[in-house]
Design a binder for this molecule. Structure first.
Ligand code: KG4
Ligand code: ZN
Length: 340
């Protein structure tokens, strides 16, 4: 079963081909990072226009990489239908519908965050097993779930304001370190002293919810107070320690509450080495299986979309031709949310 995946929920135009939901035949990504860098963040309308330009060349490259002589050998088409930036999502929806209609193949809408979790199993080249505690940490999300099936989730906690990637991106812009912020902060903090600056660990002991805007303000205040005395490497290390400790504390509580035998961390911020080390230690201490996608499958890609399309295909109605793209879409919410 050959699934074509399409991804355009933010600033990556991506097309992938995945066999049987487990084997990547092609995973092509065209990133717009350079275009958005000078704005210090993604500009939705610019992103939509760039997706329109990039989709067909990226599709052709994916077909060539997989060695497909004809797209007719594709069995089904999965695309990121939300959540995300509406303009960029609509471009992907148009491409997906055109392909499904032209090739007469089933069209499967995929939830972008559900796809991030599926990407962890794809990285391990295996089919998903449930239940699991899932943590999605990215530029737009910080979501902790108890997953019991390919589209069954109990949302334990979400961020009330900034997501961790957004926190890193905004602080990197404030500190004039560049964009995207996560990788720069990781690099700067590599040899820093994480104990030098005692930053807040927000919302500890207050359920599963997250909030990172207070931490952002604390860093800005600290940087202003320290002025030229500020030790950037130490600040970057201290910031990552605060984020990591806060998140791991809630993940540990989620393992306690659910007794899940496995743990998944996914999303762009799951590429962060401080978080990867911390969740590795936590999984070992709790003796749960840890699924951590390789770095190439942490940030947005279409292979994870194809994988989630494969796992969830049977849960969609036969005719999805009226499906829409949606900027907001709770994990696990059904098809009805998406027609109209
Ligand atoms: O999942 P993703 O590609 O896009 C969405 O937000 O859906 O995540 C992008 C985010 C950006 O905010 C970026 O700064 C962050 O992931 N990021 C990282 C690292 N690599 C990417 N954050 C921390 N450490 C990293 N190594
Ligand atoms: Zn993402």
């Amino acid at each position: 079963m050959l699934t074509l995946g399409l991804e355009s929920s933010c600033d990556e135009t991506a097309v992938a081909l995945v066999a049987d939901g487990t084997h990547i035949l092609a995973n092509v990504i065209s990133s717009q990072i350079e275009i958005h860098r000078r704005f210090g963040g993604v500009v939705p309308e610019v992103a939509a226009r760039k997706h329109l330009e990039a989709f067909l060349p990226v599709l052709e490259e994916a077909l060539a990489t997989a060695g497909l002589s004809s797209p007719a050998t594709i069995d089904q088409i999965a695309f990121s239908a939300g959540p995300g930036l509406l303009g960029p999502l609509l471009v992907g929806l148009g491409v997906a519908k055109a392909l499904a209609w032209g090739l007469r193949k089933p069209l499967i809408p995929v939830h972008h965050l559900e796809a991030h979790l599926a990407g962890a199993f794809l990285g391990a080249q295996r089919l998903p097993e449930w239940p699991a505690v899932g943590l999605i940490v990215s530029g737009g999300h910080c979501t902790l779930v108890h997953a019991t099936g390919p589209r069954s989730y109990r949302i334990l906690g979400e961020t009330a304001d900034d997501a961790p990637g957004e926190l890193f991106d905004k602080l990197a812009r404030f500190l004039e370190l560049g964009y995207p912020g996560g990788p720069v902060i990781q690099e700067m903090g590599r040899n820093g002293d994480a104990e030098r600056y005692r930053l807040p660990r927000p919302m500890l002991g207050k359920g599963f919810g997250f909030s990172f805007s207070g931490l952002k303000t604390a860093v800005i205040r600290l940087a202003e107070a320290e002025g030229r005395q500020l030790r950037l490497a130490d600040l970057c290390a201290s910031l990552q320690a605060a984020v990591s400790e806060t998140i791991m504390n809630k993940v540990a509580a989620a393992l306690d509450e659910t007794n899940a035998p496995r743990l998944i961390m996914a999303g762009g911020v799951a590429a962060n080495t401080v978080l990867r080390d911390a969740i590795g230690s936590l999984a070992r201490a709790r003796q749960v299986e840890l699924l951590l996608p390789p770095l190439s499958l942490c940030t947005d890609n279409a292979a994870m979309v194809a994988a989630q399309g494969f796992h969830s295909a049977a849960l969609w109605p036969a005719d999805t031709s009226t499906v829409n793209a949606v900027a907001r879409w709770p994990m696990g919410a059904p098809f009805m949310v998406m027609i109209g």
